[in-house]
Design a protein around this ligand. Structure first.
Ligand code: NAD
Length: 267
């Protein structure tokens, strides 16, 4: 299939969506397929992965669904082996798994800290651990890690220390891997979403801040953005597509912020 990712195989981890509509990984998987990539769609929820693949196949693309827990080493190892068995190579890895938990260091349980660091940071580490040797063997590859503006700035208000620390850690993990693998033909970059209107907002965030009043959460998030509205999963997907494609062949170790100007504002 022609396109900006023609002849590429893309492994998208967290390729489903936590609710109805478009999450960042689901939109990226579908967009990558529209641009010619064959997609290995991994998700802890097999129905979510299958739904993404059905959308891709419905548009004439090629996709394979796989159930995996990205926090589990054996599961990620098996996932990467299965992708190789299906498609024989991995050109693009998108590490999309993550999400926040509220709380500062005093009120957050140690178990919540551990789980949230695993969710946002270990998932990417395990993906890198098993995919980098394959890309090194190919002499080429592009990795896109999905971080967050929460890893760049603290905007005040509610803290979510594990998420903020993990997403900041993910940015530095990305830079270190980029440099270590720059001469080996592998690029590693972060896409950094701001406030995006994805199903995660109603599935998770509204319960953390507005006792489940999704309308209030969504209105508040729109109002907090300099453009007057949140971004969406396609904004993250298009930024990811650029970083995954050969158009970004001289771009590595960087952060592509997709936040409608949120992090530029002072005060
Ligand atoms: N939505 C936002 O406003 C926003 C802002 C900044 C950053 N992000 C980041 O974007 C990423 C994705 O967000 P989204 O809104 O698309 O979320 P989402 O929850 O809709 O999608 C993530 C997918 O990952 C899957 N998943 C969860 N745990 C997994 C595991 N252990 N192993 C494999 N798959 C697993 C879920 O089933 C889901 O299908 C996250 O890393 C999030 O932190 C989102």
């Amino acid at each position: 299939m022609p396109g900006r990712l023609a002849d590429k195989v893309a492994l998208v981890v967290g390729a489903g969506s936590v609710g109805e509509g478009w999450g960042n990984g689901k939109a990226a998987a579908v967009l990558f397929a529209r641009e010619g990539a064959r997609i290995f769609a991994a998700d802890i929820n097999p129905d979510a992965a299958a739904e993404t693949c059905a959308l891709i196949e419905g548009e004439g693309g090629d996709a394979t669904a796989h159930q995996a827990d990205a926090t589990n080493a054996a599961s990620v190892e098996a996932l990467v082996a299965a992708c190789l068995e299906s498609y024989g190579r991995i050109d693009v890895l998108q590490n999309n798994v993550g999400g926040s938990e509220p709380g500062g260091p005093v009120e957050m349980d140690e178990s919540v800290w551990d789980a949230n660091i695993d969710f946002n940071l270990k998932t990417a580490f395990l993906g890198l651990k098993h995919v980098l040797p394959i890309m090194e063997g190919q002499g080429a590859g592009a990795i896109v890690n999905v971080s967050s503006v929460a890893g760049l700035r603290y905007f005040g208000g509610r803290s979510m220390v594990a998420y903020q620390a993990a997403k900041a850690g993910l940015l530095q993990l990305t830079r270190v891997v980029a440099l270590e693998y720059a001469a080996k033909g592998i690029r590693c970059n972060s896409v950094v979403p701001g406030l995006m209107n994805t199903p995660l907002v109603t599935a998770r965030i509204t319960h953390q801040i507005d006792a489940g009043d999704a309308e209030k959460t969504i209105a508040g998030r729109h109002a907090a953005c300099p453009m007057g509205h949140m971004g969406d999963a396609w904004d993250v997907a298009y930024a990811s597509l650029y970083l995954a494609s050969d158009e970004a062949k001289y771009v590595t170790g960087t952060e592509l912020v997709v936040d409608g100007g949120l992090t530029v504002r002072c005060g």
